[in-house]
Structure formats: structure tokens, C-alpha cells
Design a protein around this ligand. Sequence first.
Ligand SMILES: Cc1c2[nH]c(c1CCC(=O)O)Cc1[nH]c(c(CCC(=O)O)c1C)Cc1[nH]c(c(CCC(=O)O)c1C)Cc1[nH]c(c(C)c1CCC(=O)O)C2
Length: 355
Amino acid sequence: MSANLRPATGQPTATYDSAFLKACRREPVPHTPVWFMRQAGRSLPEYHKVREGVPMLESCTRPELVAEITLQPVRRHGVDAAIYFSDIVVPLKAIGIDLDIKPGVGPVIEQPIRSRADLARLRDLTPEDVPFVTEAVGLLTAELGATPLIGFAGAPFTLAAYLIEGGPSRSYEHTKAMMYGDPELWADVLDRLADITAAFLKVQLDAGASAVQLFDSWAGALAPADYRRSVMPASAKVFDAVEEYGVPRIHFGVGTGELLGLMGEAGADVVGVDWRVPLDEAARRVGPGKALQGNLDPAVLFAPREAVEAKTREVLDAAAGLEGHVFNLGHGVMPHTDPDALTRLTEYVHTQTAR
Ligand SMILES: Cc1c2[nH]c(c1CCC(=O)O)Cc1[nH]c(c(CCC(=O)O)c1C)Cc1[nH]c(c(CCC(=O)O)c1C)Cc1[nH]c(c(C)c1CCC(=O)O)C2
């Protein structure tokens, strides 16, 4: 047990004692807790209904809408945690970076960050920049009862990749050109982003979030030595900055099989694992003292029920010897996923692991 993990700001005892937070703390649980990355969003008809005519980034700034969208999957699937509805680029937009989220594409930045002069555009984030977050988290913790709310942010590397490329990328050529070619500028960019990310997480924690997840979705593009030297210090700075809250810190990336140990070392209490590495092997790579989260391939949900159950069984069997396991997908829910398959999956994990 980690004695350092304690109740969050104003958190009810029932929330502190929830299966999700207990699993994160590696305490015994009544059942394996379940939540899904991207559980709020396009797989749900009720999401499409409330989002009609509202652009993605605008929807993130309306507290009532944020609260409603965050609650939808909790009501429908009976998952063990809510994740705050937002996007990793929201804090960047809030400090004045000219960006948009293009449907079917992702975040697009009008003027990419490429030079030392551009660094000045990454100014500090204050709570006044994101009043809607404080308000929405307040609405949510009032509604959620014992269900914990997970706050989140993009990790410095993944944010830098969007800012430097100007949008989604497969090769990260501009990003890596800066990382290898101008290590001082690179370190300064990541350090600025670490401060912004930490400030954004603190706003969510001060308002009552019970855990945080740092999404380093694209860190899998890096070799371990480069991750350790050029990326890990900035992510570690973020984790250090929120340590005082005593809540679980989750660290997730895609294709990060070779980085799992380092992602734990960066300061996470829980390491997220995609579907490429079985959880027992992931536990060996991460080492003792950390819980794991994952890791059903999200595409499995397009197969018949029997196949979903068989693949879920494999995940649970691989997790059987772990000290703490939070069930999740290996990446986000895909937009065309049948929501009923997610509800059935939640029930299946709960009944299979009832103790
Ligand atoms: C890389 C990344 C982004 N955003 C995020 C990440 C890290 C997680 C991951 O690896 O998937 C994080 C994110 N984005 C969103 C959430 C919501 C909370 C949740 O339910 O998990 C979370 C946790 C909402 C969203 N963020 C986005 C949507 C879809 C936009 C819409 O509904 O109109 C949602 C629900 C847009 C977005 N924003 C981003 C992408 C790649 C896209 C998809 C573009 C597309 O395919 O249209 C950047």
C-alpha cells in the first residue's frame, strides 16, 4: 500500500474507498474497476445529440455541457470512474495559441512552434484562463457521488509534437529535428509545456478531481535513450508538481512497450499499457510498487460477444497476479463502437472479478 496516497480536496470517504482509487493504491478491491479512455464521446448517440452544432473546442468551455457529456458514460455503462470531458489542447488554446480541432483530423495549429522566438507564445497558464474547468469539475463532483473523477492533460512531448508539427504526424520530422538539432530550445519548449500542464492539472485537482492521467499518446515514437534524456525530465516535473495532492497519477502512451519502466520511473503511481504487451509482462517491465491500467485492444469490441469475452478473459488472467489492476482498453474507444458492447464488457469484468 502507498501510505502517501490520501483523500483529495474535499473528497467524500465513499470516493476515497471506491474500487477505482483502491486499485490505483494497490489495495484489495471488491471487483476490478473499469473505465474506458474516450468513454465520453462519439460512440454515444446521446453525445451526438448534445454536441449538435457546437464545435469541439467550444463544447469544452461550457461547464453544463462538459458535465453532461462526462456523466453520460457513467450513467450508461456503470463504469467505476468518470474522465473529465476536454481535450489535450484545451490549455494551449486557453493561453492564446491559435489552434482548432478539425473533425476526423485532430488538433491543427495555425503557426507551429519552430524557433526560440516562438517560445514566448507558451506563456504560463493561470486558473483565470480556464474558469470553465473549475466550474465544470464542481458540478461534476456534486453529481458523481462516490464515483471518482479523473482529471487529465497531455504530456509535454505529445503537446510539443502537435505544436511543432502543426498537426497530427506519422514521422514527427520537425519535432525530432528540434529534439536532436537544438536540444536547448527543445528542453526549454518541454519545460514550458511541463509548467502549463502542471498548472492545468492543479486547476482540476483544486476543484476536486480524484486522480490524474497524463496522456503521452505519441511517446511510442521514441527510443528509450531519447525518451530518458529528452522527454522524461519534463514529464517527471509534471508528476512532481502534483505529488502534494496525494492522489493517483496515471501515465499512458501508445506503442510504449519499450518505455514502460521509464514511464513508471517518471513518477506515475499507475502505468497505462496498450494492447501490444500482456499485463504480466508489463508488470515485469514496470517493476514493483505500481498499479497497471489496461489493456484490451479497442478493435476487439467489433467482434462478437464470445470473442470479446475470450479476449477479456486473457487480459484478466494476465492481470491475476498484479497488486493493482484498473481495467481499460489499450487506447481510446473507437467512434463506431457499439455502446452496448461497452456496457456488456463493464458487467463482464465486474462479475468475473467479484471477490
Ligand atoms: C492525442 C489526443 C487528443 N486528445 C486526447 C488525446 C490523448 C488520448 C489519445 O491518445 O487518444 C485526449 C482526449 N480527447 C477527448 C477526451 C475526452 C475524455 C474521454 O472520454 O476520454 C480525451 C481524454 C475528447 C475528444 N477529442 C476529440 C474528440 C472528437 C471530436 C468530436 O467529437 O467532434 C473528442 C470526443 C478530437 C481529437 N483530439 C485529439 C485527437 C487525435 C482527436 C480526434 C480527431 C478526430 O478523429 O476527429 C488529440
